[in-house]
Design a binder for this molecule. Structure first.
Ligand code: GCB
Length: 616
């Protein structure tokens, strides 16, 4: 609604409507829909899936929302109208005749004509529902890239901005017993004041890219919770549970049956209950032993059955301590690109394939770049024992001096942390990737870092910084480092600068007494292209970069981890080199079709034989 009233065509439309005294359709006139809410562990809630085939209409001019040349269009395509005999203006859309798109799934890889499409697409889906008394119904959307609007039975449910975070729209008043329909408009148009901004090095996959469902909860329900192992007290889990719609003083219970541990607490005025549970004999979650416990959370009529691991993460000087012991993060960076079929990854199978490759490589850690990944990925990381760097899509040069952009980044950060704080795998919240060193940037990201700390003090804050060179010395002195617990740096010696051998003569100066993760390095190779190790794009060249990088990195005393770029080739419109890239970034250790390149084995050997990183 905000968007509508700000939009000149809509202002013109209201004038036209007033002049001809047409009735303004209820969906336009109604008060703005409530902002969506964030749910922790939404996948643990009983839900009615709305996944499957949805009717779709491609609408590059957004006529379904904004055009006012024809009366029926002023009613908007969200009304899902059908032409009636004798209508003076026949409807020019009909979802029952429209081609289908699969949800979840980006539209780009489902229809050839949409591969490069950027703009709005309408979706429509019919469903039957039997509402129960004293419940609230939420339309849960795993992610819709980038901006989205939802209506149920023609009634506005919500709108949302941000392409990689889950949200939940209250549709209690709109859903009725029997047949219902939901319409969504999803627009992946890039704008300079978006997060991310105009340019990214990944495909702008649009659409309902993750699961959609209806979640039913009691009138008073748990929306978010945070339970983690205390860093200061032995054998204690602490945190909080938050309830919406309850009364101050209402009881909340947390129980871990396997540990015979149980506690009760009361919610305060803000709906939050502080939790402290003594646990004896708890096995700590770690990559070697990804032990998870069933955790029951209860508040009145509401209950959530969680599956959680418990561990601590902290820094001491230049070390990262997992469960109190120093750890070296043997990692790899991963995009949410679907293995074998390309497109946005969303399924358990996608997650298991990608993370399975990371395990095969010898990783205990993954950098999930450059935006929050799907819940399926985080659940798989919990299960498989992979530590996770989770990232806010603050990528390259945003409008750092624009307060609206900060608000967008904050909203996405809140959603990322609120949705995924139940995952033991996540140890690092990353605020940004490769941002220019300006005062506005530093202030912007410091603000995000403080917010992340206030939201979740149990994890570490990082960001991937750019490094500068003084001769053969790489200098890490970006002022943003002050705001971070762990410094991440990206460098491309042997690819964007110098030769692979340049690494042999490169020194490092790091002006922070903090742990350092080399969050990216690497180079491109087309799988199956062989030749001399000095020939770019060959597998030999890429492998040679790794051979020279590893000894260089090993000399950095405070190196505590690495996540070379990148596990698998991924689509990017920035990579047009015909016959080699064909719109794929080829820095993968594995091709998009699953072929392992030589560099995979170089890194695997180093990880398996522990020739990289300090012994744990
Ligand atoms: C980077 C970016 C990453 C790119 C990569 C590349 O520094 O962080 O998103 O894909 O370089 O391949 O150039």
């Amino acid at each position: 609604m905000k968007y509508l009233s700000a939009c000149p065509p809509f202002r013109a439309l209201t004038v036209v409507l007033a002049a001809f005294s047409f009735a303004i359709p209820a969906a336009f006139a109604a008060a703005p829909a409530a902002a969506p809410i964030v749910l922790t562990g939404a996948d643990r809630r009983p839900a009615q899936s709305l996944d499957g085939e949805w009717a779709s209409i491609v609408d590059p001019y957004f006529s379904g929302l904004f055009s006012f040349h024809h009366q029926e269009k002023t009613n908007g395509w969200f009304l899902n109208q059908k032409a009636k005999p004798g209508d003076p203006f026949p409807t020019e859309y009909d979802y029952s005749k429209a081609p289908k798109l699969k949800v979840p799934g980006d539209w780009n890889t489902q229809r050839e004509s949409l591969l490069f499409y950027e703009g709005p697409v309408w979706y429509e889906h019919d469903f039957t529902y039997q509402p129960k008394e004293h419940t609230r119904i939420f339309l849960h959307v795993g992610a819709a890239n980038y901006r989205s609007w939802f209506w149920v039975n023609g009634q506005k449910a919500c709108e949302h901005e941000g392409g990689y975070t889950a949200f939940n729209c209250d549709v209690t008043a709109a859903v009725h017993a029997g047949g219902n329909f939901v319409v969504a408009a999803v627009d992946n148009t890039r704008h300079e004041d978006n997060v991310p901004t105009l340019e990214t090095d990944w495909w702008n996959y649009g659409g309902l890219i993750r699961e959609v469902s209806l979640i039913t909860v009691p009138d008073a329900f748990i929306d978010q919770y945070d339970l983690h192992l205390s860093r200061t007290e032995d054998n204690a889990i602490e945190g909080w549970v938050h309830v919406i719609g309850g009364k101050a003083g209402a009881a909340v219970e947390v129980e871990i049956p396997e540990l015979h541990a149980k506690t009760a607490a009361n919610v305060d005025e803000s709906g939050r209950a502080a939790i402290h549970v003594n646990v004896q004999g708890l096995e700590r979650w770690s990559p070697d032993n990804p032990k998870q416990y069933k955790v029951a959370l209860r508040a009145g009529e509401d209950s959530v059955s969680e599956l959680m691991g418990f561990r601590t993460i902290e820094t001491r000087g230049t070390q990262i301590l997992l469960n109190g012991k120093p750890i070296f993060l043997r990692g790899v960076a991963i995009h949410a690109e679907a293995p074998y079929r390309t497109g946005r990854a969303y399924s358990d199978k996608d997650a298991e394939t990608l993370l399975g490759w990371a395990k095969e490589l010898g990783c205990n850690y993954v950098r999930l770049a450059h935006y929050p990944h799907a819940e399926t990925m985080l659940r798989a990381a919990d299960r498989m024992g992979l530590l996770v760097w989770s990232e806010n899509p603050v990528y390259w040069a945003l409008q750092f001096d624009n307060p609206k952009v900060l608000a967008k980044a904050e909203q996405q950060l809140d959603e990322e942390i609120g949705t995924s704080r139940n995952h033991a795998a996540i140890i690092l919240w990353s605020m940004a990737n490769e941002t220019p060193n300006t005062d506005a940037r530093t202030h912007f990201i410091e603000t995000l870092a403080s917010r992340a700390r206030a939201l979740d003090s149990s994890r570490l804050i990082t960001a991937a910084l750019l490094v500068r060179a003084e001769g053969h010395t790489k200098v890490v002195d970006d002022p943003l480092g002050k705001a971070l617990d762990v410094i991440g740096v990206n460098e491309y010696i042997g690819w964007y600068e110098g030769h692979p051998e340049t690494a042999d003569v490169t020194e490092w100066r790091i002006d922070y007494e903090k742990p350092l993760i080399v969050s990216e390095f690497g180079g491109g190779a087309k799988a199956g292209l062989h030749g001399n190790e000095n020939e770019r794009w060959t597998e030999e060249y890429e492998a040679n970069i790794y051979r020279h990088q590893l000894p260089m990195l090993n000399k950095i005393p405070q190196l505590r981890g690495m996540s070379p770029w990148v596990l698998m080739d991924f689509r990017s419109p920035n990579r047009p080199l015909a016959g080699i890239q064909d719109e794929f970034n080829r820095k993968g250790l594995i091709s998009d079709q699953g072929q392992k390149k030589l560099a995979f084995y170089v890194l695997q050997k180093a990880y398996k034989e522990r020739t990289i990183g300090k012994p744990e």
